[in-house]
Design a protein around this ligand. Structure first.
Ligand code: ATP
Length: 318
């Protein structure tokens, strides 16, 4: 292909810039024209796109967020919206598209590919919930942000002998909660993938306090329930001073970690090279430390599961 485009879509994640930068610089290195689409599918429909130069992606590798902007686009879920996007791509001579985003964005990509647009997807989400890849762009940085927050909350929990519940992002996926629960030394991790019993948890928390424990940390994945509601119940049932901290959008921001910068750069290069050489309808990700390609339809039609080893380890170490 002689002209490709790149977009970021859905929730932003740290490292999207590094990935887009790698797509752009690889394309230019190969002598291929490259366009940026602003605000994901919204910009594709509104014809908000422009030709990029090497300098367009300067000074962004260290930044969270995405220089292209991102959005959620209900119009793109209609056939009419997708046809409008296709007409805009055709107008500018765009022959292939790299989409950096989560499950929903890649599902949108699979629909575009049905209309004849060659698509390469890159998993960009802090949730780490894309099937077929161990890694998604931004999850490592988000996990580090959460662990930093847990460390700080531990100090104050200990000073006051409190139970602190920390709600983290992850919608249907408990990956962020489970990994940060283990790394942050939490007593309990509540995730949507594993059934839990609040009464049993309260009983155990109480017994631990009776044995002299000074404080407890409970990490709650947003998909497992509202930490505010669970915290209220825990406070009432244990009689122990309980506080809740909902971390919210702070988890999405910040300068990407080294892992996110390197892996996003590797994926961005692969994505551009694949499209240029005529390979499409794949998602690039990582499996056991190596870049792998996953069929786009497989990636969007399968549900990723939480590694049982993590669940087991969290139980053993608590
Ligand atoms: P994150 O996991 O970080 O939230 P995401 O990519 O899953 O990211 P979504 O809001 O689910 O975020 O999707 C982003 C956009 O992708 C939507 O606003 C919509 O334009 C498009 N999209 C999502 N699902 C579909 C679908 N089933 N059909 C067509 N387009 C879709």
């Amino acid at each position: 292909l002689k002209c490709i485009a790149v977009m970021t879509s859905g929730g932003d994640s740290p490292g999207m810039n590094a990935a887009a930068r790698a797509v752009v610089r690889t394309a230019l290195y190969e002598g291929v024209e490259v366009w940026g689409i602003n605000n994901g599918y919204k910009g594709a429909i509104e014809d908000d796109m422009y030709k990029l130069e090497s300098r367009s992606v300067g000074d962004i590798i260290q930044r969270g967020g995405t220089f292209l902007g991102t959005a959620r686009s209900p119009e793109f879920k209609t056939e009419e919206g997708r046809k409008q996007a296709m007409a805009n791509f055709k107008k500018h001579g765009i022959q292939g598209l790299v989409i950096i985003g989560g499950d929903g964005s890649l599902t949108g990509g699979a629909l575009l590919s049905k209309l004849g647009m060659p698509i390469v997807g890159l998993p960009g989400t802090i949730d780490n919930d894309v099937w077929g890849t161990d890694y998604t762009i931004g999850a490592d940085t988000a996990a580090n942000t959460i662990v930093d927050a847990i460390n700080k909350l531990r100090d104050t929990a200990s000073a006051h002998r409190r139970i602190i519940l920390i709600e983290v992002m992850g919608r249907k996926s408990g990956w962020l909660a489970m990994t940060t629960g283990i790394a942050g030394g939490a007593e309990y991790v509540l995730v949507p993938e594993v059934k839990y019993n609040i009464d049993d948890m309260c009983q155990e928390l109480k017994e631990a306090y009776d044995r002299g424990k000074r404080y407890s940390i409970v990490v709650v994945a947003e998909g497992a329930g509202s930490a505010i509601e669970i915290g209220k119940e825990v406070g009432e049932k244990t009689g122990i001073d309980t506080r809740v901290s909902v971390l919210g959008h702070i988890q999405r921001g910040g300068s990407p970690s080294v892992e996110d910068r390197i892996k996003a750069s590797m994926l961005g290069e692969k994505a551009a090279l694949a499209l240029i050489s005529g390979l499409s309808n794949v998602v690039f990700g990582f499996d056991a430390g190596k870049v792998v390609s996953i069929d786009l339809n497989d990636a969007v039609h399968n549900q990723k599961t939480l590694d049982p080893e993590l669940i087991r380890l969290a139980r053993v170490l608590a």
